[in-house]
Design a protein around this ligand. Structure first.
Ligand code: PEP
Ligand code: MG
Length: 716
C-alpha cells in the first residue's frame, strides 16, 4: 500500500485505535469522545502553542514581541478527502521565489490540507487541476485575482474542494524571497494596484541581504549528484550534517554546514538558522524546509527523492555514492541541483528591480547613507551598493597587515621620540597609499577618516602568552640568553601597556594626546593622499575625525595638532575636522565640544558600552542573551539601539551640538547605522546620515525611506 487513500475502513479503525493508544500512553488520559471537549482542547492547544520553544525561536528571529498573544479562528470543517471530486491545495498568486506572475501551487485529490504540506504524498502542480476539476479550477483562478486586487499584495492561499465546490480556508500576504519582493512590488506599481510609497513599505529591509548572497559560478562544469526542487534561491557550500542540534552547534561555531534531512520540522528551526543551506529528500515547494529557508533567504533544495538518508548512521546515499558527515557539498537553491565538494560561488547580482525600487527609496529618504570601509575594494563595493561616502574608516585596521605590524610594534616600543619618529616615517607612505585608494574609490563624496583608536597593546603579543614564552626560555637554560633578554623586554612592554579595562583606557584621543606624533603622521598621510588624488583630476572630500573625546579641551588641542599639520603640509586641500560622540560625557557636553567640531559622528557601539555600562566584547557571550530570553531587554542593544537610554544620549548630543552650531552635520557610524529599527529613531532625531557596513547600505537606504513614510503616516 502506497497511499493513505488506499486504507480501508477496517484499516482506519485500527489506525484510530493505535492513535488512541499512543495518546493514552503519552498523556495518561483517554481521548474524549465529546465534540465540545475535543474543540475546547483544540483551542487550548493553539493557545498553548504560543509558548512552545520553537514559537519562541521564530518570534525572536522575526522580531515579534512575546506578549503579543495569538487568536484562534473556529471554522466549520470542509472535507477534501471525500473522493475523486474533492481535493485540497495551497497556492500563491505569484511565484514566491521569483515574483513572476504565474500559476504557483500544488494540490492533492482526495486529501486533507495536512497531507499537502506534510509531504506524505507528493502533490501535483496546480495547473493539472484544470483537467481534474475544471469548474472549481476556473473559480479558484478568478478568486486568486480578486484576493490579490483586494489586498494589493501577493497572496498565499489554502483551499479545499469538497465534492466539486470550492472553499477558501485562508489567505495571507505570501512570504517571498527578496528578489520576488522587489519584482512583485515593482509589478504591482506598474499594474496600477499600489503606489510606489506603498510598494516601498511592503519590502522587509533586512531581506535585501539575500540578493547580496552568492550564486553558483555558471562556468563550474561540475556534474550534479542529484536534483531536487529549487525551493529557495542562492548557493551554499558546507559540510553535511544530519541533525539540527549539530547544525546549530557547528554553525554557531563558525563552520559552514548544510543541514540534510528527510524533511525539516519546526523543531529543526535552530539548525536551519545556523546552516548555510538546507537539503531535504522529501516534501514540495510549500514544505516546511522550503518556506522557512525562503523566509530566511537561505538556499534550499527540497524533495531530492533519490537521496536515502540514514540519520543514525549519518549517511546519505544517492545510487552508489554515499555521503557522510565528513563530506562537503554545494547546493544550488536556484536550480535544485546538488553537487559533491565545494564549488566556486560568484558574487551576487544586482538586478534591475533592485536598482529601480532602491531608486524610489532614494527619492523618499532624507537621511544620507554612507559606509564604514577601510580599504579601496570595500569602498568600491559600498559605492556600487549606493553609499554616498565613507562615514568611518578605522585606520588602525590598516596597521594589522602582516607587513605593517612589525613597524607598528617598533613605533609602540620606541624608547625615545627619534626612534618613534623613524617608525612613523616608515608607516606614513603605507597609510598614504591606503588613503589614496579610498579617495579614488569615493571621488566626489565625503570620506571620514578616523585617527587611531584602539589601545596600543592590541598590537602587541598577549600578556599570558608572552609570560609563558619567557618561562619556556628560562627553563631551556644556557644557549638562549639573547632570545630570553628580548622576550623579557617585550614582556615588560606588554605589562606596562596592559590595562584592567582597556576599552576605558589609553585609547582614542587619549593615546593621541600622549603621542601626538601619531596624529601628525596620520594627518600628513591624509593630506598627501588627497593631494596626490586631486593631482590626477579626482575630487577628494576629506573629513578627519578624532575618537573617544570626553572633554572639549581634548578636541580643542587635538584639533590644533591636526590643523597645524594640515597648514604645514600646505597641500591646499580642504578638510573638515570633527569628532566622534561615543561617551555619555561627550553627549551631555556636546554644546561645549561643538565649538571645536565641524561635525559629529555618533559611535553608538561605544556609546552603548559606556551608556548602558556593558562590555561590548563580553556581554553578548554571557548575560545579554539570557537577558533577552528573560525579557529584561527587548533586543540586543548592540544590534538595535536602546531607544530610551542610548538613543536619548544621541538626541541630547544632537540638540546640544546644534544649539551652538545650528548646521552641525551629524551622523552615526556604530553598527546601529545599518539596523532598520535604529534608523527609524535616527530619522526622528534628525541626524544627517547613517553609516554602516557596505553590504547593509541597500538595507539602510530602504529603511531610511520607510522611516520617512512611517513618520508621514503618523502625522497624518
Ligand atoms: C563606535 O564606537 O560606535 C564606533 C563606530 O567605533 P568602534 O566600533 O571602532 O569603537
Ligand atoms: Mg568607538
Amino acid at each position: 500500500m502506497e497511499q493513505d487513500t488506499d486504507l480501508t475502513v477496517d484499516d482506519l479503525r485500527e489506525l484510530v485505535a493505535t492513535f488512541r493508544d499512543i495518546a493514552r500512553r503519552e498523556t495518561g488520559k483517554e481521548l474524549p469522545d465529546d465534540p465540545r471537549e475535543q474543540l475546547r482542547r483544540s483551542v487550548n492547544a493553539v493557545f498553548a502553542s504560543w509558548n512552545n520553544p520553537r514559537a519562541g525561536v521564530y518570534r525572536k528571529l522575526n522580531n515579534i514581541s512575546d506578549d503579543l498573544g495569538t487568536a484562534v479562528n473556529i471554522q466549520q470543517m470542509v472535507f477534501g478527502n471525500r473522493g475523486e471530486t474533492s481535493a485540497t491545495g495551497v497556492a500563491f498568486t505569484r511565484n514566491p521565489s521569483t515574483g513572476v506572475k504565474e500559476l504557483y501551487g500544488e494540490f492533492l485529490v482526495n486529501a486533507q490540507g495536512e497531507d499537502v504540506v506534510a509531504g506524505i504524498r507528493t502533490p501535483r502542480p496546480l495547473a493539472e487541476l484544470e483537467s481534474v476539476l475544471p469548474a472549481a479550477y476556473a473559480e479558484f483562478i478568478a478568486t486568486m485575482k480578486k484576493l490579490e486586487d483586494h489586498y494589493g499584495d501577493m497572496q498565499d492561499i489554502e483551499f479545499t474542494i469538497e465534492e466539486g465546490k470550492l472553499y477558501l480556508l485562508q489567505t495571507r500576504n505570501g512570504k517571498r524571497t527578496a528578489a520576488a519582493a522587489l519584482k512583485v512590488a515593482r509589478d504591482l506599481v506598474e499594474e496600477g494596484v499600489i503606489s510606489k510609497d506603498e510598494a516601498l513599505q511592503r519590502i522587509e529591509p533586512d531581506q535585501l541581504d539575500q540578493l547580496l548572497h552568492p550564486a553558483l559560478d555558471p562556468a563550474h562544469g561540475a556534474t550534479a549528484l542529484t536534483r531536487g526542487l529549487n525551493a529557495s534561491p542562492g548557493a551554499a557550500v558546507g559540510r553535511v550534517v544530519f541533525d539540527a542540534d549539530t547544525a546549530a552547534a557547528c554553525g554557531e561555531a563558525g563552520e559552514a554546514v548544510v543541514l540534510v534531512r528527510w524533511e525539516t520540522t519546526p523543531d529543526d528551526i535552530h539548525g536551519v538558522i545556523a546552516a548555510q543551506g538546507v537539503l531535504t529528500s522529501h516534501g514540495g515547494m510549500t514544505s516546511h524546509a522550503a518556506v522557512v529557508a525562503r523566509g530566511m533567504g537561505k538556499p534550499c533544495v527540497a524533495g531530492a527523492g533519490e537521496l536515502r538518508i540514514d540519520t543514525d548512521a549519518k549517511t546519505a546515499t544517492i545510487g552508489d555514492v554515499t555521503l557522510t558527515d565528513q563530506d562537503i557539498i554545494t547546493l544550488d537553491g536556484s536550480t535544485g541541483l546538488v553537487f559533491p565538494g565545494a564549488l566556486k560561488l560568484q558574487p551576487p547580482q544586482i538586478t534591475d528591480d533592485f536598482r529601480e525600487v532602491l531608486g524610489w527609496a532614494d527619492d523618499v529618504r532624507r537621511l544620507g547613507v554612507r559606509a564604514n570601509a577601510d580599504t579601496g575594494p570595500d569602498a568600491e563595493k559600498a559605492r556600487e551598493l549606493g553609499a554616498e561616502g565613507i562615514g568611518l574608516c578605522r585606520t588602525e585596521h590598516m596597521f594589522m597587515a602582516a607587513d605593517r605590524l612589525p613597524v607598528v610594534q617598533q613605533m609602540i616600543l620606541a624608547d625615545n621620540v627619534d626612534e618613534r619618529a623613524a617608525a612613523l616615517e616608515k608607516l606614513l607612505p603605507m597609510q598614504q597609499s591606503d588613503f589614496e585608494e579610498l579617495f579614488t574609490a569615493m571621488t566626489g563624496l565625503p570620506v571620514t577618516i578616523r585617527l587611531i583608536d584602539p589601545p596600543l597593546h592590541e598590537f602587541l603579543p598577549d600578556l599570558v602568552e608572552q609570560s609563558l614564552k619567557v618561562q619556556r626560555l628560562e627553563d631551556a637554560g644556557a644557549g638562549h640568553e639573547t632570545e630570553l633578554a628580548e622576550a623579557r623586554e617585550l614582556l615588560g612592554h606588554v605589562k606596562r601597556l596592559s590595562e584592567m579595562n582597556p576599552m576605558l583606557g589609553t585609547r582614542g584621543v587619549r593615546l593621541l594626546m600622549l603621542f601626538p606624533e601619531i596624529a601628525v603622521m596620520q594627518t600628513r598621510a591624509i593630506a598627501r593622499a588627497a593631494a596626490a588624488v586631486a593631482a590626477q583630476g579626482l575630487d577628494p572630500h576629506v573629513e578627519i575625525m578624532i575618537p573617544l573625546v570626553a572633554y572639549s579641551e581634548e578636541l580643542k588641542r587635538m584639533r590644533a595638532v591636526v590643523a597645524d599639520t594640515l597648514a604645514e603640509e600646505a597641500t591646499g586641500i580642504d578638510a573638515t575636522i570633527g569628532t566622534m560622540i561615543e561617551l555619555p560625557r561627550a553627549a551631555l557636553t556636546a554644546d561645549q565640544i561643538a565649538e571645536h567640531a565641524d561635525f559629529y559622528s555618533f559611535g553608538t557601539n561605544d556609546l552603548t558600552q559606556t551608556g548602558v555600562g556593558i562590555s561590548r566584547d563580553d556581554a553578548e557571550g554571557s548575560f545579554l542573551n539570557a537577558y533577552i530570553d528573560m525579557g529584561i531587554v527587548p533586543a540586543n542593544p548592540f544590534a538595535s539601539i536602546d531607544p530610551d537610554g542610548v538613543a536619548e544620549l544621541v538626541r541630547i548630543g544632537v540638540s546640544k551640538g546644534r544649539s551652538v552650531k545650528p548646521n552641525l552635520k551629524t551622523g552615526v557610524c556604530g553598527e546601529h547605522g545599518g539596523d532598520p529599527a535604529s534608523i527609524t529613531i535616527f530619522e526622528s532625531i534628525g541626524l544627517n546620515y547613517v553609516s554602516c557596513s557596505p553590504y547593509r547600505v541597500p538595507i539602510a537606504r530602504l529603511a531610511a525611506a520607510q522611516a520617512v513614510l512611517g513618520a508621514r503616516q503618523k502625522d497624518a
